[in-house]
Write a protein that binds this ligand. Sequence first.
Ligand code: GLV
Ligand code: GLV
Length: 325
Amino acid sequence: SRWNVYVTNEIPKPALDMLEEFCDMEVNRTGKVLEKSVLLEKVKGRDAVLSLLTDPIDAEVMDAAKGAKIFANYAVGFNNIDIPAATERGIMVSNTPGVLTDTTAEMAWALLFSTARRVVESDKYSRMGKYEGWGPMLFLGQQVMNKTVGVIGAGRIGLSFAKRAKAFDMKVLYSDVAANPEFEKEADGQYVSLETLLQESDFVSVHTPLLPETHHLLGEREFKLMKNTAILINTSRGPVVNEAALVKALQTGEIWGAGLDVYEFEPEFAPGLLELDNAIVCPHIASATFETRTKMGIIAVTNILAAMRGELPPTCLNPEVFKKN
Ligand code: GLV
Ligand code: GLV
């Protein structure tokens, strides 16, 4: 029979159309993230929930959604979902890996170039009517080509990012919990300690998932290790970086710049961050292309439909639940 599905925010139409063909669905069309109390009400009596990374899917929400078989997260990251709690309750959880790998990697490069070459800052200057002609000292930035780039986290996105460094004749260093032969082969990356990476890189790009072990991976001590000319890029998860410490490092010139897409307490920015000219502050848009956001929706819906048919959802994060049922 048709499932009853709740979708916590509007996603691209092709995905909603696909869901609607096979399921009864309700979509939050307010354009806003649901208050927890509303979320708790809305998930009641559903067979499946299509959730966003901004929805905290904890034990309380799962208990409110009693009877739900799957939470399909519209994101590759799933730190917003308590997976052990889901597994305990026999609820499956899925994410949307693969389709945002290159999209996120290209955003990291966009931020890297924009920060290094002061694209946003100088654009603002022009609009403010300050441009009075070419100047030999106007908006000097950091050369990108032939420099060293350090990649923290050698997963799918880190690899896609690193592969492009070759085109700019850059040296690639990477750190992770273990060496990754595929990364070394495809990106010509050299495995080093985090400390070495921070000391030797001109650009540091973060591509780790948020885990207890990666929370505040970069803080005051790490910024001190980095070059004063270095640029930090973060398109992963905000809490991997101690944002207050980052603001201080940018204010004092401990590092030269930062290109950010994610924040420790989204949608808040750390005090002082928005006043800094040497930081670019994008609103978590690394996967935001027409192509990718549609594909993410199709994957989330495909997971729900598979679960409905009694099949293993293709990108299930806790397949042991499926095997048990
Ligand atoms: C975006 O941040 C995602 O995890 O998909
Ligand atoms: C810059 O515009 C140059 O011609 O050097």
